[in-house]
Design a protein around this ligand. Structure first.
Ligand code: PFF
Length: 460
Protein backbone atom coordinates (compact mmCIF):
# COMPACT_ATOMS: atom_id res chain seq x y z
CA UNK A 1 0.00 0.00 0.00
CA UNK A 2 3.00 2.16 -0.33
CA UNK A 3 1.59 4.68 -2.75
CA UNK A 4 -1.68 4.86 -0.83
CA UNK A 5 0.02 6.12 2.27
CA UNK A 6 1.74 8.80 0.25
CA UNK A 7 -0.96 11.41 -0.16
CA UNK A 8 -1.19 13.15 3.12
CA UNK A 9 -2.84 16.39 2.22
CA UNK A 10 -5.37 17.65 -0.25
CA UNK A 11 -2.57 19.29 -2.13
CA UNK A 12 -0.82 15.92 -2.25
CA UNK A 13 -3.79 14.35 -3.99
CA UNK A 14 -4.24 17.22 -6.42
CA UNK A 15 -0.53 17.24 -7.21
CA UNK A 16 -0.51 13.50 -7.83
CA UNK A 17 -3.67 13.52 -9.93
CA UNK A 18 -2.47 16.53 -11.90
CA UNK A 19 0.87 14.71 -12.27
CA UNK A 20 -1.05 11.79 -13.75
CA UNK A 21 -3.00 14.05 -16.07
CA UNK A 22 -0.17 16.27 -17.23
CA UNK A 23 2.26 14.35 -19.36
CA UNK A 24 3.08 13.40 -22.91
CA UNK A 25 -0.62 13.75 -23.67
CA UNK A 26 -0.40 17.50 -23.21
CA UNK A 27 2.96 18.32 -24.68
CA UNK A 28 3.56 15.61 -27.25
CA UNK A 29 0.10 14.42 -28.30
CA UNK A 30 -2.12 17.48 -28.00
CA UNK A 31 -0.15 19.66 -30.47
CA UNK A 32 0.11 16.95 -33.09
CA UNK A 33 -3.57 16.07 -32.76
CA UNK A 34 -4.41 19.75 -33.25
CA UNK A 35 -2.09 19.82 -36.24
CA UNK A 36 -3.57 16.72 -37.84
CA UNK A 37 -7.15 17.71 -37.17
CA UNK A 38 -7.31 21.15 -38.66
CA UNK A 39 -6.26 23.49 -35.84
CA UNK A 40 -8.50 25.76 -33.81
CA UNK A 41 -11.78 23.97 -34.53
CA UNK A 42 -10.31 20.85 -32.90
CA UNK A 43 -9.14 22.93 -29.92
CA UNK A 44 -12.66 24.25 -29.37
CA UNK A 45 -14.26 20.82 -29.50
CA UNK A 46 -11.57 19.45 -27.21
CA UNK A 47 -12.19 22.19 -24.64
CA UNK A 48 -15.94 21.63 -24.75
CA UNK A 49 -15.46 17.89 -24.16
CA UNK A 50 -13.04 18.48 -21.27
CA UNK A 51 -15.38 20.76 -19.36
CA UNK A 52 -18.81 19.46 -20.32
CA UNK A 53 -18.30 15.71 -20.48
CA UNK A 54 -15.02 14.83 -18.80
CA UNK A 55 -15.32 16.98 -15.70
CA UNK A 56 -18.45 15.18 -14.40
CA UNK A 57 -16.79 11.82 -15.11
CA UNK A 58 -13.74 12.96 -13.16
CA UNK A 59 -15.85 13.90 -10.14
CA UNK A 60 -17.60 10.53 -10.33
CA UNK A 61 -14.36 8.55 -10.51
CA UNK A 62 -12.84 10.39 -7.56
CA UNK A 63 -16.02 9.93 -5.52
CA UNK A 64 -16.17 6.17 -6.20
CA UNK A 65 -12.50 5.90 -5.29
CA UNK A 66 -12.86 7.78 -2.04
CA UNK A 67 -16.00 5.88 -1.08
CA UNK A 68 -14.53 2.44 -1.66
CA UNK A 69 -10.80 2.99 -1.10
CA UNK A 70 -10.15 0.37 -3.73
CA UNK A 71 -8.86 -0.36 -7.21
CA UNK A 72 -11.41 -0.15 -10.06
CA UNK A 73 -12.38 -3.84 -9.99
CA UNK A 74 -12.64 -3.98 -6.20
CA UNK A 75 -14.53 -0.70 -6.10
CA UNK A 76 -17.57 -1.95 -8.04
CA UNK A 77 -17.63 -5.14 -5.98
CA UNK A 78 -17.41 -3.20 -2.73
CA UNK A 79 -20.41 -1.12 -3.73
CA UNK A 80 -22.30 -4.39 -4.16
CA UNK A 81 -22.29 -4.71 -7.94
CA UNK A 82 -20.08 -7.62 -8.79
CA UNK A 83 -20.91 -7.73 -12.50
CA UNK A 84 -19.80 -4.14 -12.87
CA UNK A 85 -16.30 -5.12 -11.88
CA UNK A 86 -16.01 -6.06 -15.58
CA UNK A 87 -15.98 -2.32 -16.22
CA UNK A 88 -13.07 -2.05 -13.81
CA UNK A 89 -11.34 -4.81 -15.74
CA UNK A 90 -11.87 -2.94 -18.99
CA UNK A 91 -10.18 0.04 -17.35
CA UNK A 92 -7.25 -2.08 -16.27
CA UNK A 93 -6.83 -3.42 -19.80
CA UNK A 94 -6.95 0.17 -21.10
CA UNK A 95 -4.21 1.12 -18.64
CA UNK A 96 -2.01 -1.76 -19.75
CA UNK A 97 -2.50 -0.87 -23.42
CA UNK A 98 -1.85 2.83 -22.86
CA UNK A 99 1.27 2.30 -20.78
CA UNK A 100 2.63 -0.11 -23.40
CA UNK A 101 2.92 2.61 -26.07
CA UNK A 102 3.28 5.54 -23.70
CA UNK A 103 6.47 4.05 -22.35
CA UNK A 104 7.90 3.87 -25.87
CA UNK A 105 7.34 7.60 -26.38
CA UNK A 106 8.65 8.36 -22.89
CA UNK A 107 11.81 6.53 -23.97
CA UNK A 108 12.07 8.88 -26.98
CA UNK A 109 11.74 11.92 -24.71
CA UNK A 110 14.42 10.58 -22.39
CA UNK A 111 16.67 9.81 -25.37
CA UNK A 112 16.20 13.36 -26.64
CA UNK A 113 17.29 14.67 -23.25
CA UNK A 114 20.58 12.78 -23.70
CA UNK A 115 20.94 14.09 -27.26
CA UNK A 116 20.37 17.67 -26.12
CA UNK A 117 22.93 17.31 -23.35
CA UNK A 118 25.48 16.38 -25.97
CA UNK A 119 24.39 19.31 -28.15
CA UNK A 120 23.15 17.14 -31.00
CA UNK A 121 20.54 19.52 -32.41
CA UNK A 122 20.61 17.66 -35.73
CA UNK A 123 18.58 14.91 -34.06
CA UNK A 124 15.43 16.77 -35.12
CA UNK A 125 16.02 15.95 -38.76
CA UNK A 126 17.12 12.43 -37.83
CA UNK A 127 14.00 11.59 -35.84
CA UNK A 128 13.07 8.78 -38.26
CA UNK A 129 16.42 7.06 -37.81
CA UNK A 130 16.39 7.72 -34.07
CA UNK A 131 13.12 5.89 -33.42
CA UNK A 132 14.20 3.01 -35.61
CA UNK A 133 17.42 2.49 -33.71
CA UNK A 134 15.34 0.09 -31.72
CA UNK A 135 18.01 -1.31 -29.43
CA UNK A 136 18.87 2.17 -28.25
CA UNK A 137 15.30 3.44 -27.89
CA UNK A 138 14.33 0.02 -26.50
CA UNK A 139 16.94 0.49 -23.81
CA UNK A 140 15.64 3.96 -23.01
CA UNK A 141 12.16 2.48 -22.72
CA UNK A 142 13.47 -0.24 -20.44
CA UNK A 143 15.14 2.34 -18.22
CA UNK A 144 11.94 4.32 -18.13
CA UNK A 145 9.81 1.33 -17.22
CA UNK A 146 12.38 0.36 -14.59
CA UNK A 147 12.24 3.83 -13.03
CA UNK A 148 8.43 3.72 -13.04
CA UNK A 149 8.40 0.29 -11.40
CA UNK A 150 10.97 1.37 -8.83
CA UNK A 151 8.87 4.35 -7.79
CA UNK A 152 5.64 2.36 -7.63
CA UNK A 153 7.28 -0.45 -5.68
CA UNK A 154 8.97 1.80 -3.16
CA UNK A 155 5.92 3.97 -2.81
CA UNK A 156 8.08 7.04 -3.00
CA UNK A 157 5.18 9.02 -4.36
CA UNK A 158 5.73 11.46 -1.50
CA UNK A 159 9.10 12.19 -3.05
CA UNK A 160 7.68 12.59 -6.53
CA UNK A 161 5.00 14.90 -5.20
CA UNK A 162 7.64 17.12 -3.69
CA UNK A 163 9.73 17.05 -6.83
CA UNK A 164 6.63 17.73 -8.93
CA UNK A 165 5.95 20.88 -6.95
CA UNK A 166 9.22 22.32 -8.23
CA UNK A 167 9.61 20.63 -11.59
CA UNK A 168 6.14 21.17 -13.03
CA UNK A 169 6.20 24.95 -12.51
CA UNK A 170 9.69 24.97 -14.04
CA UNK A 171 8.38 23.18 -17.12
CA UNK A 172 5.58 25.71 -17.40
CA UNK A 173 8.04 28.60 -17.13
CA UNK A 174 10.24 27.13 -19.88
CA UNK A 175 7.23 26.61 -22.11
CA UNK A 176 6.06 30.17 -21.51
CA UNK A 177 9.53 31.47 -22.37
CA UNK A 178 9.43 29.41 -25.55
CA UNK A 179 5.98 30.84 -26.33
CA UNK A 180 7.42 34.36 -26.05
CA UNK A 181 10.43 33.42 -28.13
CA UNK A 182 8.29 31.72 -30.77
CA UNK A 183 6.23 34.90 -31.16
CA UNK A 184 9.32 36.80 -32.27
CA UNK A 185 9.97 34.43 -35.18
CA UNK A 186 8.87 35.04 -38.77
CA UNK A 187 5.44 33.66 -39.65
CA UNK A 188 4.62 33.18 -35.96
CA UNK A 189 1.27 34.86 -36.43
CA UNK A 190 0.23 32.30 -39.03
CA UNK A 191 0.78 29.64 -36.38
CA UNK A 192 -1.31 31.50 -33.83
CA UNK A 193 -4.08 31.89 -36.39
CA UNK A 194 -4.02 28.19 -37.19
CA UNK A 195 -4.22 27.42 -33.48
CA UNK A 196 -6.80 29.97 -32.40
CA UNK A 197 -8.97 31.01 -35.34
CA UNK A 198 -11.40 28.21 -35.99
CA UNK A 199 -12.18 27.17 -39.52
CA UNK A 200 -15.38 25.24 -39.00
CA UNK A 201 -15.22 23.69 -42.44
CA UNK A 202 -12.41 21.53 -41.03
CA UNK A 203 -14.78 19.71 -38.68
CA UNK A 204 -15.52 16.15 -39.65
CA UNK A 205 -16.51 13.21 -37.52
CA UNK A 206 -12.90 11.95 -37.17
CA UNK A 207 -11.99 15.39 -35.79
CA UNK A 208 -14.74 15.00 -33.19
CA UNK A 209 -13.75 11.53 -32.02
CA UNK A 210 -10.09 12.39 -31.97
CA UNK A 211 -10.88 15.36 -29.73
CA UNK A 212 -12.93 13.15 -27.45
CA UNK A 213 -10.22 10.51 -27.15
CA UNK A 214 -7.65 13.21 -26.51
CA UNK A 215 -9.80 14.78 -23.77
CA UNK A 216 -10.16 11.47 -21.92
CA UNK A 217 -6.54 10.48 -22.42
CA UNK A 218 -5.20 13.83 -21.33
CA UNK A 219 -7.31 13.94 -18.18
CA UNK A 220 -6.46 10.30 -17.33
CA UNK A 221 -10.16 9.41 -17.34
CA UNK A 222 -12.32 6.48 -18.27
CA UNK A 223 -10.06 3.71 -17.01
CA UNK A 224 -10.29 4.07 -13.26
CA UNK A 225 -6.95 5.78 -12.67
CA UNK A 226 -8.78 8.39 -10.67
CA UNK A 227 -10.78 5.70 -8.86
CA UNK A 228 -7.45 4.33 -7.72
CA UNK A 229 -6.11 7.78 -6.83
CA UNK A 230 -9.47 8.85 -5.39
CA UNK A 231 -8.99 6.26 -2.70
CA UNK A 232 -6.30 8.52 -1.30
CA UNK A 233 -8.48 11.61 -0.91
CA UNK A 234 -9.35 12.67 2.62
CA UNK A 235 -13.00 12.41 3.70
CA UNK A 236 -13.21 16.13 4.37
CA UNK A 237 -11.60 17.25 1.16
CA UNK A 238 -13.65 19.02 -1.44
CA UNK A 239 -13.77 16.77 -4.51
CA UNK A 240 -15.17 19.48 -6.75
CA UNK A 241 -12.45 22.01 -6.09
CA UNK A 242 -9.81 19.30 -6.53
CA UNK A 243 -11.34 18.25 -9.85
CA UNK A 244 -11.49 21.88 -10.99
CA UNK A 245 -7.82 22.36 -10.20
CA UNK A 246 -6.78 19.15 -11.95
CA UNK A 247 -8.81 19.98 -15.06
CA UNK A 248 -7.57 23.56 -15.27
CA UNK A 249 -3.94 22.52 -14.78
CA UNK A 250 -4.20 19.87 -17.44
CA UNK A 251 -6.07 21.90 -20.02
CA UNK A 252 -3.92 24.96 -19.28
CA UNK A 253 -0.68 23.12 -19.92
CA UNK A 254 -1.97 21.57 -23.13
CA UNK A 255 -3.07 25.01 -24.25
CA UNK A 256 0.36 26.50 -23.59
CA UNK A 257 2.00 23.60 -25.43
CA UNK A 258 -0.07 24.39 -28.52
CA UNK A 259 0.68 28.08 -28.24
CA UNK A 260 4.36 27.21 -28.15
CA UNK A 261 4.31 24.73 -31.02
CA UNK A 262 2.41 26.32 -33.87
CA UNK A 263 4.40 29.53 -34.23
CA UNK A 264 7.52 27.33 -34.19
CA UNK A 265 6.11 24.96 -36.79
CA UNK A 266 5.08 27.80 -39.12
CA UNK A 267 8.31 29.74 -38.61
CA UNK A 268 10.27 26.68 -39.73
CA UNK A 269 8.01 26.12 -42.69
CA UNK A 270 7.10 22.64 -41.43
CA UNK A 271 3.82 20.89 -42.05
CA UNK A 272 1.27 20.94 -39.22
CA UNK A 273 0.38 17.32 -39.75
CA UNK A 274 3.75 15.98 -38.70
CA UNK A 275 2.06 13.39 -36.48
CA UNK A 276 3.85 11.82 -33.51
CA UNK A 277 7.16 13.33 -34.64
CA UNK A 278 5.95 16.93 -34.43
CA UNK A 279 7.69 18.09 -31.23
CA UNK A 280 10.69 15.84 -31.80
CA UNK A 281 11.30 17.22 -35.27
CA UNK A 282 10.49 20.86 -34.55
CA UNK A 283 12.07 21.63 -31.19
CA UNK A 284 15.76 20.70 -31.59
CA UNK A 285 16.12 23.17 -34.48
CA UNK A 286 14.56 25.87 -32.31
CA UNK A 287 16.93 25.15 -29.45
CA UNK A 288 19.82 25.38 -31.87
CA UNK A 289 18.83 28.94 -32.78
CA UNK A 290 19.31 29.90 -29.14
CA UNK A 291 23.04 29.44 -29.54
CA UNK A 292 25.22 26.52 -28.38
CA UNK A 293 25.21 27.10 -24.63
CA UNK A 294 21.70 28.39 -24.08
CA UNK A 295 20.43 25.86 -26.61
CA UNK A 296 21.93 22.97 -24.67
CA UNK A 297 20.67 24.28 -21.34
CA UNK A 298 17.10 24.96 -22.46
CA UNK A 299 16.94 21.93 -24.75
CA UNK A 300 18.13 19.47 -22.13
CA UNK A 301 15.98 21.02 -19.41
CA UNK A 302 12.93 20.85 -21.65
CA UNK A 303 13.30 17.15 -22.46
CA UNK A 304 14.32 16.30 -18.91
CA UNK A 305 11.21 17.97 -17.54
CA UNK A 306 9.09 16.37 -20.25
CA UNK A 307 10.46 12.97 -19.19
CA UNK A 308 9.62 13.83 -15.60
CA UNK A 309 6.08 14.82 -16.57
CA UNK A 310 5.82 11.48 -18.37
CA UNK A 311 7.09 9.68 -15.27
CA UNK A 312 4.34 11.01 -13.02
CA UNK A 313 1.89 9.69 -15.63
CA UNK A 314 3.52 6.28 -16.10
CA UNK A 315 3.51 5.84 -12.32
CA UNK A 316 -0.27 6.32 -12.27
CA UNK A 317 -0.72 4.04 -15.26
CA UNK A 318 1.25 1.26 -13.59
CA UNK A 319 -0.46 1.80 -10.25
CA UNK A 320 -3.87 0.83 -11.67
CA UNK A 321 -3.10 -2.81 -12.63
CA UNK A 322 -0.78 -3.18 -9.64
CA UNK A 323 -3.42 -2.04 -7.12
CA UNK A 324 -5.82 -4.50 -8.76
CA UNK A 325 -3.47 -7.47 -8.51
CA UNK A 326 -2.40 -6.63 -4.96
CA UNK A 327 -5.94 -6.03 -3.65
CA UNK A 328 -7.78 -8.73 -5.54
CA UNK A 329 -5.24 -11.50 -5.92
CA UNK A 330 -3.18 -11.02 -2.80
CA UNK A 331 0.16 -10.91 -4.63
CA UNK A 332 2.88 -9.05 -2.74
CA UNK A 333 3.18 -5.49 -3.92
CA UNK A 334 6.81 -5.67 -4.83
CA UNK A 335 6.34 -8.80 -6.95
CA UNK A 336 3.20 -7.44 -8.55
CA UNK A 337 4.94 -4.23 -9.59
CA UNK A 338 7.88 -5.90 -11.35
CA UNK A 339 5.73 -8.59 -12.91
CA UNK A 340 3.21 -6.13 -14.35
CA UNK A 341 5.95 -3.76 -15.52
CA UNK A 342 7.71 -6.61 -17.33
CA UNK A 343 4.51 -7.78 -19.00
CA UNK A 344 3.63 -4.25 -20.15
CA UNK A 345 7.11 -3.68 -21.48
CA UNK A 346 6.77 -6.83 -23.57
CA UNK A 347 3.30 -5.81 -24.75
CA UNK A 348 4.94 -2.56 -25.88
CA UNK A 349 7.58 -4.20 -28.07
CA UNK A 350 5.38 -4.32 -31.20
CA UNK A 351 4.71 -0.60 -30.70
CA UNK A 352 8.44 -0.01 -30.49
CA UNK A 353 8.85 -1.79 -33.81
CA UNK A 354 5.92 -0.08 -35.50
CA UNK A 355 7.64 3.06 -36.66
CA UNK A 356 9.35 1.66 -39.70
CA UNK A 357 11.60 -1.02 -38.24
CA UNK A 358 9.26 -3.94 -38.79
CA UNK A 359 7.11 -3.91 -41.86
CA UNK A 360 4.57 -6.19 -40.18
CA UNK A 361 3.96 -3.85 -37.24
CA UNK A 362 4.39 -0.62 -39.22
CA UNK A 363 1.67 -1.60 -41.69
CA UNK A 364 -0.18 -3.75 -39.21
CA UNK A 365 -3.79 -3.45 -40.22
CA UNK A 366 -5.88 -1.79 -42.86
CA UNK A 367 -9.25 -0.80 -41.46
CA UNK A 368 -12.26 -1.63 -43.57
CA UNK A 369 -12.70 1.15 -46.13
CA UNK A 370 -9.36 2.81 -45.31
CA UNK A 371 -6.85 3.44 -48.06
CA UNK A 372 -3.67 3.13 -46.06
CA UNK A 373 -2.55 0.71 -43.36
CA UNK A 374 -2.33 1.62 -39.69
CA UNK A 375 0.62 0.76 -37.47
CA UNK A 376 0.35 -1.45 -34.41
CA UNK A 377 1.06 1.51 -32.14
CA UNK A 378 -1.69 3.60 -33.73
CA UNK A 379 -4.09 0.67 -33.49
CA UNK A 380 -3.44 0.41 -29.75
CA UNK A 381 -3.98 4.16 -29.39
CA UNK A 382 -7.20 4.02 -31.35
CA UNK A 383 -8.55 1.12 -29.35
CA UNK A 384 -7.50 2.41 -25.94
CA UNK A 385 -7.72 6.20 -26.16
CA UNK A 386 -10.45 6.78 -28.68
CA UNK A 387 -12.69 3.81 -27.95
CA UNK A 388 -12.17 2.27 -24.48
CA UNK A 389 -11.75 5.51 -22.52
CA UNK A 390 -14.93 7.23 -23.78
CA UNK A 391 -16.81 3.93 -23.38
CA UNK A 392 -15.47 3.73 -19.82
CA UNK A 393 -16.67 7.30 -19.20
CA UNK A 394 -20.10 6.47 -20.59
CA UNK A 395 -20.48 3.38 -18.42
CA UNK A 396 -19.06 4.97 -15.27
CA UNK A 397 -21.60 7.79 -15.46
CA UNK A 398 -24.42 5.36 -16.22
CA UNK A 399 -23.32 3.25 -13.27
CA UNK A 400 -23.21 6.21 -10.90
CA UNK A 401 -26.58 7.57 -12.01
CA UNK A 402 -28.65 4.41 -12.28
CA UNK A 403 -26.96 1.50 -10.55
CA UNK A 404 -25.14 2.96 -7.57
CA UNK A 405 -27.73 5.76 -7.63
CA UNK A 406 -27.28 9.48 -7.74
CA UNK A 407 -28.13 10.00 -4.05
CA UNK A 408 -25.06 8.02 -3.11
CA UNK A 409 -22.83 9.97 -5.46
CA UNK A 410 -24.24 13.24 -4.16
CA UNK A 411 -23.77 12.10 -0.56
CA UNK A 412 -20.14 11.24 -1.23
CA UNK A 413 -19.32 14.45 -3.07
CA UNK A 414 -21.13 16.46 -0.36
CA UNK A 415 -18.58 15.34 2.20
CA UNK A 416 -16.26 18.28 2.37
CA UNK A 417 -18.71 20.28 0.22
CA UNK A 418 -22.07 20.45 2.05
CA UNK A 419 -23.72 22.81 -0.44
CA UNK A 420 -22.88 20.63 -3.43
CA UNK A 421 -26.40 19.35 -4.12
CA UNK A 422 -27.97 22.76 -4.57
CA UNK A 423 -25.06 24.43 -6.25
CA UNK A 424 -25.00 25.11 -9.99
CA UNK A 425 -22.12 22.66 -10.37
CA UNK A 426 -24.08 20.06 -8.41
CA UNK A 427 -27.12 20.48 -10.63
CA UNK A 428 -25.01 20.34 -13.78
CA UNK A 429 -23.23 17.18 -12.65
CA UNK A 430 -26.57 15.59 -11.85
CA UNK A 431 -27.81 16.38 -15.37
CA UNK A 432 -24.54 15.37 -17.00
CA UNK A 433 -24.14 11.97 -15.41
CA UNK A 434 -27.83 11.14 -15.78
CA UNK A 435 -28.25 12.14 -19.41
CA UNK A 436 -25.49 13.98 -21.18
CA UNK A 437 -22.55 11.68 -20.48
CA UNK A 438 -24.21 8.28 -20.89
CA UNK A 439 -26.12 9.29 -24.01
CA UNK A 440 -23.58 11.47 -25.82
CA UNK A 441 -20.60 9.29 -24.94
CA UNK A 442 -22.52 6.14 -25.81
CA UNK A 443 -23.54 7.49 -29.21
CA UNK A 444 -20.06 8.84 -29.94
CA UNK A 445 -18.52 5.52 -28.97
CA UNK A 446 -20.72 3.57 -31.37
CA UNK A 447 -20.19 6.07 -34.20
CA UNK A 448 -16.44 6.07 -33.56
CA UNK A 449 -16.14 2.30 -33.76
CA UNK A 450 -18.24 2.18 -36.91
CA UNK A 451 -16.29 4.98 -38.55
CA UNK A 452 -12.77 4.13 -37.46
CA UNK A 453 -12.76 0.37 -37.74
CA UNK A 454 -15.53 -0.38 -40.23
CA UNK A 455 -15.43 2.65 -42.51
CA UNK A 456 -19.13 3.30 -41.92
CA UNK A 457 -19.62 7.04 -41.61
CA UNK A 458 -23.11 7.87 -40.52
CA UNK A 459 -22.20 11.53 -40.04
CA UNK A 460 -19.38 13.61 -41.47
N1 PFF B 1 -2.95 11.85 -18.93
C1 PFF B 1 -1.67 11.35 -19.34
C2 PFF B 1 -1.07 12.31 -20.35
O1 PFF B 1 -1.78 13.18 -20.83
O2 PFF B 1 0.08 12.18 -20.66
C3 PFF B 1 -1.77 9.94 -19.86
C4 PFF B 1 -2.55 9.03 -18.95
C5 PFF B 1 -2.10 8.81 -17.65
C6 PFF B 1 -3.73 8.45 -19.39
C7 PFF B 1 -2.82 8.00 -16.80
C8 PFF B 1 -4.46 7.65 -18.54
C9 PFF B 1 -4.00 7.44 -17.25
F1 PFF B 1 -4.68 6.70 -16.46
Amino acid sequence: MAVRSGFTSKFGFVAAAAGSAVGLGNIWKFPFEVGENGGAAFVLIYLAFCFLLCFPVMVTEIAIGRKTQLNPVGAYKALGFKKWSLLGLQGIISGVLILSFYNVVAGWAFGYFLEMVSGNFAIGSQFGEFINDIFRVGLYGLIFMGATAFIVSKGVSGGIEKAAKILMPTLIVIMLLLVLYSFTLPNALKGVEFYLLPDFSKISFPVVYSALGQAFFSLSLGMGALITYGSYVGKNDNIISSAVLITLADVGIAFIAGLMMFPLVFSQGLSTDGGPGLIFVTLPGVFETLGPTLGIVIGSLFFLLLSFAALTSTVSLLEVPVAYIVDEHGIRRNNAVWLVAAVIFIVGIPSLLSNGYSDLFTNFITYIGADSPTSFMSLVEHVANDSFLPLGGCLISFFAAYIWKKENLVAEVSKGNPNFKNSIVGKYIDFAISYLCPIVLGILFILTVLSRFFGINIIG
